[in-house]
Design a protein around this ligand. Structure first.
Ligand code: NDP
Length: 329
């Protein structure tokens, strides 16, 4: 495993990591969650990502239970959770001081740990003054409930504002952002955020590197395999699936995935490994958060690391030709 600094922060995260969205606490049982975590751990993964909203908190419970059952030493782990959608109560949502502090304590309880290493604002909250949010995340850090705080899917402008406010107050600004980044979603990560890496040394923990599995090639024949994410009886998953199967733009993405197969074969890997290695190749990526509904997927995805060096300028150029979506920076 390769370990990368989280931007300019001192903490090191495994270049490949594992998250619990859709899967743990929901799609699969706690036994499978544990098998996936164990397999990732055995490959050197130290960073695990979850959120208070995932499976209404059950993702945190199942992941926390797995860490305990596996006897993993707390200081060897980098655990992250995210706050924004904590429940139905009027104060269980958003980034008020009340929800940030209460939400964190509830997450820690579910995870069975005294602190998380990273805590994220899962989305921006335009109704709460940024100063209140910055102060609340600093409270968490000052009280040892979290070590670093970050943002997820905030605009570059919102992140810059958070840094300005933190500077003015002598507080700590966000150390990392958690954006979507994959072969299909590039604009924000490669273009909009470019000044953040340079000016603030922001780290990144990127999500959906396989575009919910599409980039593994499993949907190449425009059918949905049983047991796959798009087969789930879930409104959000159905709407994501429809973006691929029911739109021209989506079908073009599946066509591009098909076209990537010969390149994957050329470098000795699978399409999933190629898509993950392509993300790893970007030096602004601190960690690629993978997802897995079974242990075998973890094993395959960890194999992406050995492909990174094979992505020569020539291979990357071939990939660019297929994707034809490079942002003009
Ligand atoms: P991916 O895009 O990598 O999708 C993972 C899913 O793809 C798996 O659950 C599995 O689904 C399928 N898959 C994975 N590997 C393979 C393989 N080798 N072959 C075939 N199918 C495969 O990542 P996620 O969308 O799961 O996102 C990863 C993590 O990022 C999340 O767990 C979460 O921690 C984080 N995240 C953060 C968000 C945010 O807003 N901050 C939003 C979304 C995710 P299946 O087998 O069911 O088809």
């Amino acid at each position: 495993m390769e370990y990368r600094r989280l931007g300019k922060a001192g903490i090191r995260v495994s270049a490949l990591s594992l998250g619990g969205w859709v899967t743990y606490g929901k799609q699969v049982g706690d036994d499978v969650a544990q098998q996936c975590i164990e397999e990732a751990w055995n490959h050197g993964v130290n960073f695990f990502d979850t959120a208070e909203v995932y499976a209404d908190g059950r993702s945190e419970i199942d992941m926390g239970k797995a860490f305990k059952n596996l006897g993993l030493k707390r200081s060897d782990l980098v655990i992250a959770t995210k706050l924004f959608w904590g429940g139905k109560g009027v104060n269980d949502q958003g980034l008020s001081r009340k929800h940030i502090i209460e939400g964190t304590k509830a997450s820690l309880e579910r995870l069975g740990t005294d602190y998380v290493d990273l805590i994220f604002a899962h989305r921006p909250d335009n109704e709460t003054p940024i100063e209140e949010t910055v102060r609340a995340f600093n409270y968490l850090i000052d009280h040892g409930l979290a070590f670093y705080w970050g943002t997820s899917e905030w605009s570059a402008q919102q992140i810059t504002e958070a840094h300005r406010v933190a500077d003015r107050l002598g507080l700590v600004g966000p150390s990392m952002e958690q954006p979507q980044y994959n072969m299909f979603e590039r604009e924000r990560f490669e273009k909009e955020y470019a000044p953040l890496y340079r000016d603030f040394g922001m780290g990144t923990t990127i999500w959906s590197p396989l575009a919910s599995g599409v980039l593994s090639g499993k949907y190449n024949s425009l059918t949905v395999p049983a047991g796959s994410r798009f087969a789930l009886d879930d409104a959000l998953m159905k709407s994501i699936a429809n973006r691929y199967f029911a739109t021209e733009e989506g079908k073009v993405k599946i066509e591009k995935t098909r076209a990537l197969l010969p390149i994957a074969e050329q470098v000795g890997g699978t399409t999933a490994q190629l898509a993950l290695a392509w993300c790893l190749k970007n030096p602004n990526v601190s960690t690629v958060i993978t997802g897995a509904s079974r242990k075998e997927q973890v094993t395959e995805n960890m194999g992406a690391l050995k492909l990174v060096d094979k992505l020569s300028p020539d291979v990357l150029e071939k990939i660019e030709k297929i994707l034809s979506n490079k942002p003009d920076t």
